[in-house]
Design a protein around this ligand. Sequence first.
Ligand SMILES: NC(=O)c1ccc[n+]([C@@H]2O[C@H](COP(=O)([O-])OP(=O)(O)OC[C@H]3O[C@@H](n4cnc5c(N)ncnc54)[C@H](OP(=O)(O)O)[C@@H]3O)[C@@H](O)[C@H]2O)c1
Length: 261
Amino acid sequence: MLEHFNFSNKVVIVTGGATGIGAACAEMFAQLGAKLVIASRNMERLSAKAAFIKQQYNTDCLPLECDVRDEAAVQNMVAQTLQHYGRIDVLVNNAGGTHMRPIESIDAARWHRSFAINVDAAFYCTQAVGKFFRQQGGGSIVNISSMAGEKGTLNGAAYSSAKAALQMFTRVCAAEWGPLGIRINCVAPGMILSDIAKEHLTASGIDIEAGIKSFPLQRAGTPEDVAQAVIFLASSAASYITGETICINGGPQLGGNRKES
Ligand SMILES: NC(=O)c1ccc[n+]([C@@H]2O[C@H](COP(=O)([O-])OP(=O)(O)OC[C@H]3O[C@@H](n4cnc5c(N)ncnc54)[C@H](OP(=O)(O)O)[C@@H]3O)[C@@H](O)[C@H]2O)c1
């Protein structure tokens, strides 16, 4: 069973891999022996994280500056990965971003920005890596959606719609590429206390402790909670799972009135 989680000699690309959930994924894959590419816009943060991963886990980690909303930049990032490692086994489409505001104040530019980072980017990365996976005869992709894309969230019309689109993109890719040995799955995190999420929640005046009390599991999630599910879906332990979205949220959808219990 443990052999399923041996990623030695596997090459994993994590977009947005220098911070938060992406960094937790990159570190966990590295711990399991994978060689990494972490790609995002801030080279300073990427280089620091790559140096940490190399030193801590004794594996290769290539930091690549790439705005994943730019199709040509994505193709270049994938070409550099192949030049450096000669193969790719796993793609984690993690880069994403949230801007919450009521529908009436979302202008077209904001709407398109939300789709550019949360959907278009995953489409470009999936196409570029998928081209190689099809030649290689297999590979695994994990997309990071959100509970906002599963259930919707107030003031999140652009974000929720984009993250829901990412779940549907996952399903259709899985259907089309399953016969080629390519699996594509998705995770939908709930309240995950990455640094940026803590900042957003505090700035929006959201009472984290009060929110947590309504969760059956009585705590917020950590980036590692999400990374563990990503590892499972990417691994051969999930070799008969494709097109799925797993919710990682502490169970608030299970209902019940916690005040009365
Ligand atoms: N935290 C939560 O509660 C939560 C809940 C549900 C879903 N999610 C999703 O989980 C993912 C990670 O979120 P997080 O909480 O870990 O926040 P985060 O630390 O801000 O992660 C986002 C990452 O995406 C990268 N990124 C943003 N725009 C990019 C671009 N144009 N090109 C390349 N990289 C870009 C950022 O790096 P640069 O800025 O350096 O480019 C950053 O490393 C996102 O898709 C988010 O929507 C998070």
